[in-house]
Design a protein. Structure first.
Length: 353
């Protein structure tokens, strides 16, 4: 199988990986620099990033550019909100995967309670938005929720809360439990849980905020919609696994599809990557077929379906472009800034400010 070595527009040449089929065009939002600048201010204002090496690593990840290729058509203010959501989700992921929090199930239970309190609050968390007595992860979530929930329908809020809750439970119970017990999950269980631990349902929900649409409940729950959505989610999550493999294995992480294929099938790293990249390409083909079936089955819902489907497409393409370009996963010269003790802020899960 060949390798993809073509230059990503506007980015550095990536490390070679097996070819991943992606037929969608490269696009970037014209407000990318605005998103970068606003995001840098937000993570520092909320306290999510404050140490020098942590800030340096955060800046190298370039989440402002990431959101700009995932949402190339978003207007400026909505793009800024999405950038903040991306940062929050990735910083929580670092806490759980790279820091000690991912093995402290009791501490995680308290964190989850705080998150639940924000999401269920009648004031959308406004009361703890600036509360220095709650964990930074919770107060920053309240800031995000206050800026997101009021403009959304009750139906959307319920679905989003369920998806974020499923994400946190999967990460704090299933994934953390595996780490504590030394369990290497099987491929099928991992693929199902990965859609939750990767917060990709959460991210796809945010398409509706960006586009100003509200997908009807019967449409969202239909077999056609589920097939397209799950295919798109798998493509995004598995692509992330390909590019994050070396970084995660260096930390002893087993929750990565490429590693699980290698481990359970007795393959070497290169062959495992080939098989996962082939599976990603097949899932992209499945997404295209499912999208066609969905649009044909629900012509009366085109007003919400067309922009949502477009959002899934740009998620697939933008995630690939960012994964190939970001220094989050591939920067051999990073040195100390790539040691978790240097970039995982110790105060995010607690109340020390």
């Amino acid at each position: 199988m060949g390798t993809r070595t073509a230059h990503t527009p506007g980015g550095a040449d990536p490390l070679p990986v097996p070819e991943i089929f992606c037929p969608f065009p490269y696009r970037v939002n014209p407000h990318a620099d605005r998103a970068r600048a606003q995001l840098a201010q937000w993570v520092r204002r909320t306290g999510l990033v404050h140490r020098e090496l942590a800030a340096r690593r955060f800046d190298r990840a370039d989440f402002g550019w990431f959101v700009s290729v995932v949402h190339p058509g978003a207007e400026g203010r909505r793009l800024e909100l999405m950038a903040d959501w991306f940062a929050w989700l990735f910083l929580v992921d670092d806490q759980l995967d790279d820091g000690g929090a991912g093995r402290d199930q009791e501490g995680l239970g308290h964190l989850v309670d705080g998150v639940r309190g924000v999401l269920e609050a009648a004031d959308f968390g406004a009361g703890v938005r600036h509360d220095r007595g709650v964990p930074l992860v919770v107060s920053s979530l309240a800031d995000l929720w206050c800026r997101t929930a009021p403009q959304a329908s009750v139906r959307w809020r319920r679905r989003f809360v369920r998806h974020l809750w499923d994400c946190l439970v999967a990460a704090t119970v299933w994934e953390a439990g595996n780490r504590v017990r030394g369990v290497v999950p099987d491929e099928a269980a991992y693929i199902e849980q990965r859609r939750h631990t990767g917060a990709i349902y959460v991210c796809m929900d945010l398409i509706e905020i960006v586009e100003g649409i509200d997908v009807p409940g019967d449409l969202y729950g239909s077999a056609e919609f589920t097939a397209a959505l799950d295919a798109a989610c798998d493509v995004v999550c598995w692509t992330n696994d390909v590019y994050s493999l070396d970084k995660e294995r260096a930390l002893g992480e087993v929750h990565n599809l490429a590693y699980l294929v290698q481990y359970h099938r007795g393959l070497d790293r290169e062959r495992a990557l080939e098989e996962v990249c082939a599976a990603i390409s097949a899932r992209t083909e499945r997404f295209l077929a499912a999208e066609k079936e969905l649009l044909a089955a629900r012509p009366g819902d085109a007003a919400s379906l067309v922009p949502y489907a477009a959002g899934m497409r740009t998620w697939i393409r933008g995630n690939l472009d960012w994964s190939r370009r970001t220094k989050r996963y591939q920067d051999p010269a990073a040195g100390a800034a790539d040691r978790p003790v240097e970039y995982v802020e110790p105060c995010l899960m607690g109340v020390a400010r």
